[in-house]
Design a protein. Structure first.
Length: 80
C-alpha cells in the first residue's frame, strides 16, 4: 500500500494531494464501529459499500497512472 501511495505522490500535482487523509482514517474507524455496534448486519453492508468504492477508486487511479505512462511521465512507475 505504501508503494502505491508513493507512486501516486509522484504523479499527482501538489494541489491534488489530500489534506483530509487523517480525517478519513478516523472516519473509517468510526463508521466501522458504529455500523457493527448498532446493527450486526451493518458490518456486511458497510464492507460491501466500502469495497465497491475502493474498486471504483483504484480503477480511476489505474487509468490515471496508465495515462501518465503513455505521456512519458512516471519514471518510478516505469522502473517497477
Amino acid at each position: 500500500e505504501q508503494g502505491h501511495l508513493d507512486l501516486l505522490e509522484e504523479v499527482l500535482d501538489v494541489e491534488e494531494h489530500s489534506a483530509m487523509l487523517p480525517a478519513w482514517r478516523v472516519s473509517g474507524i468510526a463508521l466501522g464501529f458504529a455500523s457493527t455496534f448498532f446493527c450486526p448486519r451493518g458490518m456486511y453492508l458497510t464492507t460491501e459499500a466500502v469495497e465497491s468504492f475502493v474498486e471504483e477508486h483504484y480503477g480511476y487511479q489505474i487509468r490515471r497512472l496508465t495515462d501518465e505512462i503513455a505521456r512519458g511521465g512516471g519514471k518510478k512507475i516505469r522502473s517497477e
